[in-house]
Design a protein. Structure first.
Length: 404
C-alpha cells in the first residue's frame, strides 16, 4: 500500500481495514484526527457492551505442521504468499501496542501464530511483555499456544524470560493418527516430551505463582480422532493439566469444513462421563471460552485431585455474548473476531512519517473497539444447516494468520 493511498489528504491520516491477500480490496477508513479524546480508563466497551480483556498476538503466519483443519498442505505449499520478514511487527512495536491495550483493560496476552516458537528470539519479546504492568501495577497474564514440537528445547528459556503458562495442542495419543493429523509425520512422543519439559520448567504457574495447569487443546474431528477422546482423558486426568476439547471450526477458507465432521461438545462430555463421571463447574472468569467439567469422586462430588476438562463449543453453543478478545496479526492488523475477513491496519500508526503518540493509538483502538458488533458464531447458529459451510461464506482470514 503506497503512502499516497494511506494519506490521501495531508491533514487526514487514515487507518485502513483490509487484508491485501484478500480478493476484495475494500477499505474502511478512520480519520484519526477526528477521534474523540478518550481517557483510557480500562472500561472500554464495544457496541454490544463487551469489554476488551484478552489480546491474542500472532507472531508468525508460518508453521512446521500442516494440520488438515488449519493449514492443509495442498493450500499451504512453499508458494503460498506468507508474509515477508519486513512486514512483521518488531518486538518493540508489539510491546508498544500491548502497553496501549493494557491501558484499555486487557489483562491477558496470548502469543500464537502459526507456530509461535518458530519466531526467532521469541524469548526477547516475552521478556519485554513480562515487564509490562497493568494500571493497577500487576503483571499481565502471559501465555502462549504451541504445537509443542519445539517445547522440549525451549521450555526453560521461555520460563526464564517470564512466560507464565502454556497451552499445547495435541489431537491424540495414537502415533499414526497424530502423524496423519499434523501431516508432516511428526511423532507424538516429541510433543509429550515437550509437555513434560514445560511442566518441569514450571510453566503452568499463574501470576500469583499458583499452579493453574498447563492446558492441552484437542481439536475433535468426527471420524478422524474421535477414538482418541477417552485415551486423552485418561492420560491427563489427575495430572493438574487441563485437557480442552475444541469443536472443529469453520475458520479460514481452506479447510473444507463440513458440519457433519463437527462432534458437538455435549457428545464429548457424555462419552467421558460414562467412564469418568463429570460435574459441571462454574467459569473462572467472565468471557472464558471453555465450559468447565470436573471429575467426580465416588460420592459424585468434584474431586480437585482428579482435575477437570474444558469444552470449547464455538459451533454448537456460541459464546459471542461475552467475547472480550481482540487479535493482532503478525503485520499489525487488528481483528475483532476470529471469523473476520478484514482487519484494521495499525501499522501506519507505528511506522508512518508523522510521530504518533501512544495516546493517539489508544484513541484509535478505542474508536475501533467501540464500533465492534461482531458475533459470527451466534449468527452462524441461526443459519439453516445447509448454509453453515465455509464454502458459502465470504473469504475469511486463515487461523494460521490471525492466531487461535
Ligand atoms: N500452532 C499453534 C498450535 O497449534 O497450538 C498455535 C496456533 S493454532 C492456529 C491455535 C489453536 O487453534 C490450536 O489449538 C489449534 O488446534 C486450533 N485450531 C486451528 N484450526 C482449527 C479449527 N479449524 N477448528 C478448531 N480449532 C482449530
Ligand atoms: Fe500449525 Fe497450529 Fe495450525 Fe497446526 S493448528 S497447522 S500446528 S498453526
Ligand atoms: Fe468472539 Fe467472533 Fe468467536 Fe463470537 S465468533 S466468540 S465474536 S471471536
Amino acid at each position: 500500500m503506497s503512502e499516497a493511498t494511506l494519506y490521501p489528504h495531508k491533514n487526514h491520516r487514515m487507518i485502513f481495514m483490509q487484508d491485501e491477500r484478500m480478493a476484495r480490496p475494500q477499505a474502511h477508513a478512520i480519520d484519526i484526527h477526528n477521534l474523540p479524546e478518550l481517557d483510557a480508563t480500562g472500561q472500554l466497551l464495544d457496541h454490544l457492551g463487551r469489554p476488551l480483556r484478552d489480546l491474542r498476538i500472532s507472531v508468525t503466519d508460518r508453521c512446521n505442521f500442516r494440520c488438515n483443519y488449519c493449514m492443509p498442505k495442498e493450500v499451504f505449499t512453499k508458494d503460498y504468499p506468507y508474509l515477508p520478514h519486513s512486514a512483521l511487527l518488531s518486538f518493540e512495536e508489539i510491546t508498544r501496542l500491548a502497553k496501549v491495550f493494557l491501558s484499555h483493560g486487557v489483562r491477558k496476552i496470548r502469543l500464537t501464530g502459526g507456530e509461535p516458537l518458530l519466531r526467532k528470539n521469541l524469548e526477547v519479546l516475552i521478556a519485554q511483555l513480562a515487564e509490562l504492568r497493568t494500571p493497577e501495577g500487576h503483571p499481565l497474564d502471559l501465555t502462549l499456544t504451541t504445537n509443542g514440537s519445539l517445547l522440549a528445547k525451549k521450555a526453560k528459556a521461555l520460563k526464564a524470560a517470564g512466560l507464565h503458562r502454556v497451552t499445547v495442542s495435541l489431537d491424540g495419543l495414537d502415533d499414526a493418527i497424530f502423524r496423519s493429523m499434523n501431516d508432516v509425520d511428526f511423532p507424538v512422543a516429541d510433543v509429550l516430551a515437550g509437555i513434560d519439559a514445560a511442566r518441569d520448567a514450571g510453566l503452568g504457574l499463574d501470576t500469583k505463582g499458583q499452579f493453574s495447569g498447563i492446558k492441552i487443546n484437542m481439536v475433535v474431528k468426527r471420524g478422524t480422532n474421535t477414538d482418541q477422546i477417552l485415551p486423552m482423558a485418561r492420560r491427563f486426568q489427575g495430572t493438574g493439566m487441563v485437557l480442552r476439547f475444541i469443536e472443529y471450526m469453520d475458520v479460514g477458507a481452506s479447510n473444507g469444513w463440513r458440519m457433519d465432521e463437527v462432534m458437538p461438545s455435549s457428545e464429548v462430555v457424555a462419552l467421558i462421563n460414562k467412564e469418568m463421571p463429570l460435574v459441571q463447574l462454574a467459569a473462572n472468569n467472565p468471557g472464558e471460552t471453555a465450559r468447565r467439567w470436573g471429575y467426580a469422586d465416588a460420592s459424585g462430588k468434584y474431586d480437585p485431585a482428579l482435575g477437570e476438562i474444558g469444552v470449547i463449543s464455538s459451533v454448537t453453543q456460541a459464546f459471542c455474548g461475552d467475547c472480550n478478545r481482540a487479535r493482532l496479526s503478525t503485520e499489525g492488523k487488528l481483528y475483532l473476531c476470529l471469523f473476520a475477513n478484514q482487519g484494521y491496519d495499525l501499522l501506519p500508526l507505528l511506522r508512518g512519517t508523522d510521530v504518533t503518540t501512544d495516546a493517539t493509538i489508544a484513541n484509535a483502538i478505542a474508536q475501533i473497539w467501540q464500533q465492534r458488533t461482531d458475533r459470527y458464531s451466534e449468527l452462524r447458529s441461526s443459519m439453516p444447516p445447509d448454509t453453515q459451510s465455509s464454502t458459502n461464506s465470504p473469504k475469511r482470514v486463515e487461523m494460521s494468520y490471525i492466531g487461535g
